[in-house]
Design a protein around this ligand. Structure first.
Ligand SMILES: Cc1ncc(COP(=O)(O)OP(=O)(O)O)c(N)n1
Ligand SMILES: Cc1nc(C(=O)O)sc1CCOP(=O)(O)O
Ligand SMILES: [Mg+2]
Length: 207
C-alpha cells in the first residue's frame, strides 16, 4: 500500500485559476507523494464537479497519486476516487464513512482536540487541521490556531494531521515540529507563478 501523502493540493476553481494545469504540474513533481483534493465552489453544479473530478482522477491514476473529493461524496464514488473530505457543515463523519465504505480514505476537518477525537472515533482516517495561519483563500474561518493549535490536535490523535490555511514551504518545518504529518495548500500552488517549482519547494520542505 502507498504511504499516505504528506502534500495535499486542493483545487482552486475560482475565476482566473487553472486547476487542471496546476494539478498536472504538481503531479509531475510529486507523483505518488501527492494527494489531490477536488474542491469546487459551493455554487458549482454537480455536473461541473463531476467533470473536474473525473479529469483529476484520471491524472492521479496515471501518476499513482491519491485522489480525494471534498464535500460531495457521491462524486467521489462516481469517479472512483480514493476517498473524500468532510467538515462541520457536511455529512457527519460516521455517515460519510458509511457512504464511502470501510476501505476508503476519509478526511475530516478538526480545529481542536475534542472534535478531532470524535472524528477519529467516527471513522476519519486523517484530519485537516486549521486554520494554521491567516488565509485570504476562504472566508468565514475562525482565528488561526497557530502551531500550538496544530500541536494540541496532533498530540490528541493517532491519525495523520494535515495542517491547512496559509501554508507555505517556509512554514513547513515549524508545522512538522508541531506534529503535523503533512500539509494541504491552495494558494501556495494555485497562485504561484511557477506551480512546478512551487511544488518542488513544498516537497523538499516535507522531506
Ligand atoms: C485537508 C483539508 N482540511 C480542511 C478542509 C476544510 O473542509 P471544510 O471545513 O468542510 O470546508 P470546505 O473545504 O468544504 O469549504 C479541507 N477541505 N481539506
Ligand atoms: C479550504 C480551506 N479550509 C480551511 C480550514 O481551515 O478549514 S483553510 C482553507 C483554504 C486554504 O487555502 P490556502 O492554502 O490558500 O491558505
Ligand atoms: Mg466541507
Amino acid at each position: 500500500m502507498r504511504p499516505f501523502p504528506r502534500l495535499h493540493l486542493i483545487t482552486d476553481t475560482r475565476p482566473g485559476r487553472e486547476p487542471l494545469a496546476v494539478v498536472a504540474a504538481a503531479l509531475k513533481v510529486a507523483g505518488s507523494g501527492l494527494a489531490v483534493q477536488v474542491r469546487v465552489e459551493d455554487g458549482a453544479t454537480d455536473r461541473e464537479a463531476y467533470e473536474l473530478a473525473a479529469r483529476v482522477r484520471a491524472l492521479c491514476a496515471e501518476a499513482r497519486a491519491t485522489c480525494l473529493v471534498n464535500d460531495r461524496l457521491h462524486i467521489a464514488l462516481a469517479v472512483g476516487a480514493d476517498g473524500g473530505h468532510v467538515g462541520a457543515l457536511d455529512l457527519p463523519v460516521e455517515a460519510a464513512r458509511r457512504v464511502l465504505g470501510p476501505r476508503a480514505i476519509l478526511g475530516a476537518t478538526a480545529r481542536e482536540p475534542a472534535t478531532a477525537k470524535a472524528a477519529v472515533d467516527g471513522g476519519a482516517s486523517y484530519l485537516g487541521v486549521g486554520p494554521a495561519y491567516a488565509t485570504t483563500t476562504k472566508d468565514g474561518l475562525p482565528p488561526p490556531i497557530g502551531v500550538e493549535g496544530i500541536a494540541a490536535v496532533a498530540g490528541a490523535v493517532g491519525v495523520p494531521v494535515i495542517a491547512i490555511a496559509g501554508v507555505t514551504a517556509e512554514r513547513i518545518p515549524e508545522l512538522r515540529a508541531a506534529g503535523a504529518y503533512g500539509v494541504a495548500v491552495i494558494g501556495a500552488l494555485s497562485a504561484a507563478p511557477d506551480p512546478y517549482r512551487a511544488t518542488e519547494a513544498l516537497r523538499d520542505a516535507l522531506r
